[in-house]
Design a protein around this ligand. Structure first.
Ligand code: SAH
Ligand code: SF4
Length: 387
């Protein structure tokens, strides 16, 4: 969707997050390159000037017009006037022993979200949040325990990238990968996530490789089909069980979209994009990783060019589950390997700072060992975005 910069209130009902409303300005990171071009065209500013200004954001990660040194003073003043340049505030940056960093960020509306910088030998990746909380209520996930507060805007999603990219640049490295595996269900915040993905992978946006941006979903079936057409990115599916009674016990979304519907949408996705789908499978002791469940999984995978990641469950306070023993993990893996399914075991990073998969619950250093609580998410004044 292109930008509509008419600031009159008659446009305030349009769903486009890039619109400048009369009362509130749009965040500068809501704007894709085509949005900037349209903005400058409406202002009758020549093409090269618009390219320069947008390059400061997409290539140099600036956070204010003051930093756009070759842009005229008048234009910088206009940009300062027309856009909201506020970024989420970094409340804390907790460094894990394994080299990852969990950033606790506070939005201008006084809510907390988390992003995790994951440093590997050959690449640096960022795990971003797409919502404050999550509606899906998966029984094994801390974010799910918080409940849902609100969707993040494109500006707030891209801001997580910009903040982390600046940190990583200081270290002489490039933030090359993004995974939508932080707080929230990305496909439940479809428009803002799709716009963010497209800004990240577009060559005239942040220019990441489409294979390096991964959207992870618990299985929002209609949106999986839409995604195949609307964005170029990798898709990961949180499967965790391949039998309806078990999956709906641990993932309530399975009641709405059972495995047969999920599979049919994923096969369509595979046909449409030609891409391999990654299945994430948490291994929970005495729950989903016995022989019967391995057989169910094999049956489900039939027809896919799939990759499977096995993730030993990350324990946290107040959860009735455990991680299986190494032998149990190995047996599950070998069952799949014997049937030509490579399923690497992925140990999550950031476990010691509560930044691993499923542990993001907007906690500070002090509350890290406590069960997740809704009050952790909201700081200070009650934000009016809470319905
Ligand atoms: N909502 C999306 C993306 C965020 S969750 C989704 O569910 O796919 C990111 C990943 O962490 C998902 O695969 C999720 O199932 C997994 N996860 C959640 N709780 C976990 C836990 N306790 N241990 C290991 N992985 C967990
Ligand atoms: Fe939401 Fe994903 Fe956690 Fe489920 S696993 S509650 S979908 S964040």
């Amino acid at each position: 969707m292109e930008a509509n910069l008419n600031t009159s209130s008659s446009h305030s009902e349009t769903p486009n997050s890039a619109v400048v409303h009369s009362a509130t300005k749009t965040g500068f990171l809501n704007f894709s390159r085509p949005d900037w071009t349209q903005y400058f065209t409406e202002k009758k500013i020549p093409g090269f000037r618009s390219t320069q200004a947008a390059d400061w954001i997409f290539k140099h990660f600036v956070t204010s017009p003051d930093q756009m040194s070759n842009v005229s003073k008048d234009l910088r003043a206009d940009l300062a006037q027309d856009f909201d340049w506020t970024l989420p505030e970094i409340v804390s940056a907790l460094n894990s022993k394994d080299g990852s960093t969990k950033l606790l960020l506070k939005t201008p509306t006084g809510q907390y979200i988390e992003s995790v910088i994951l440093r590997y030998e050959g690449r640096v990746s960022l795990c971003v949040s797409s919502q404050v909380g999550c509606k899906m209520a998966c029984s094994f996930c801390q974010t799910g325990k918080l409940g849902f507060f609100r969707h993040l805007t494109t500006h707030e999603i891209i801001a997580q990238y910009l903040i982390a990219a600046r940190i990583v640049r200081e270290e002489g490295r490039r933030l090359s990968h993004v995974v939508f595996m932080g707080m929230g269900e990305p496909l439940d915040n479809y428009d803002n996530v799709v716009k963010s993905v497209n800004m990240l992978v577009s060559p005239d946006g942040f220019g990441l490789s489409a294979r390096h941006v991964t959207v992870s979903t618990s299985g929002v079936v209609p949106k999986i089909r839409d995604l195949a057409k609307d964005a170029r990115c990798a898709l990961a599916v949180s499967l965790h069980a391949a039998r309806d009674d078990l999956r709906q016990e641990i993932m309530p979304i399975n009641r709405k979209w059972p495995l047969s519907e999920l599979k049919s949408a994923l096969l369509d996705y595979q046909r449409e994009t030609g891409d391999k789908i990654t299945f994430e499978y948490i291994l929970i002791r005495e729950k989903n990783c016995g022989l019967r469940e391995a057989k169910d999984l094999m049956k489900f995978l039939h027809g896919f060019k799939a990759k499977v990641n096995l993730i030993p469950f990350n324990a946290h306070p107040g959860m009735p589950y455990d991680r299986p023993s190494d032998d149990e993990i190995r047996a599950f893996q070998v069952y799949l390997a014997d049937r030509s399914i490579a399923a690497p075991v992925r140990y999550s990073k950031g476990l010691d700072v509560s930044g691993a998969c499923g542990q993001l619950a907007a906690k500070t250093e002090e509350s890290i060992h406590l069960a997740p609580a809704r009050k952790n998410v909201v700081a200070g004044k009650t934000p009016n975005v809470l319905a």
